[in-house]
Design a protein around this ligand. Sequence first.
Ligand SMILES: [Zn+2]
Ligand SMILES: [Zn+2]
Length: 230
Amino acid sequence: MSLQEILAESIQHLEADGQLVQNALRLRAIRVGAIKAAGDLTGIKAAYHDEVTRILIDYFESKGPITVQRNEFWRAAANALGASFNLGWVDGGGGDIISDDDALDWYNARLEAEFGYINTLFQEARELRGEDDFDYFQWITSKADGYTRTTREFYNAGLLRASKDIMVTFMGNDGAESCDECQMLKDQRHRVSWFVRRNFVPPHGTGLSCHRGRYCQHYLQSDKGERITA
Ligand SMILES: [Zn+2]
Ligand SMILES: [Zn+2]
């Protein structure tokens, strides 16, 4: 059996038991192709969007407990966000294996947080499912848009952690809404690690007040004028 087959089989067993596969194993599995991921970031996001939409419709059209669809959403998130993080790591020149402990620690903590948000989403969905005439398609679409936007955050995180610690500048338009931190950081030039350590990586860094909103249009740019975050 190839490594790919062994991983694919192990994952099937673990998932059959209703367990979530360990994050590091899943990352590795995505890397060697045992878990299929759509090629580029746009493809990963689109596939994740389809899956989230399908899972949430299933929930609203069922009468069952949240467990089945919540676990499906968790698995879809781990796959899509793991694939995004991997892709960023590769694009950032990090090489085959994510060997950096800080990178893996960030990934694990951030994915756990995402699982928490997904759990909260289902508490809300359970309330709404009990209401008469609730237009859940519109609700689902807006939730799917929001949740799948995190693919970009994971991509950027992988990319920046793999990248050489070059000098970059905080750039971009303010857009319709902005926050105090973005205003402070505009045009500031520092090493990549300076932004990463402070969680100031736009548009999703948790140190930016606008990080859970949808309005930040800022990004980091290298001295060569290349935009280095997606
Ligand atoms: Zn901001
Ligand atoms: Zn911003």
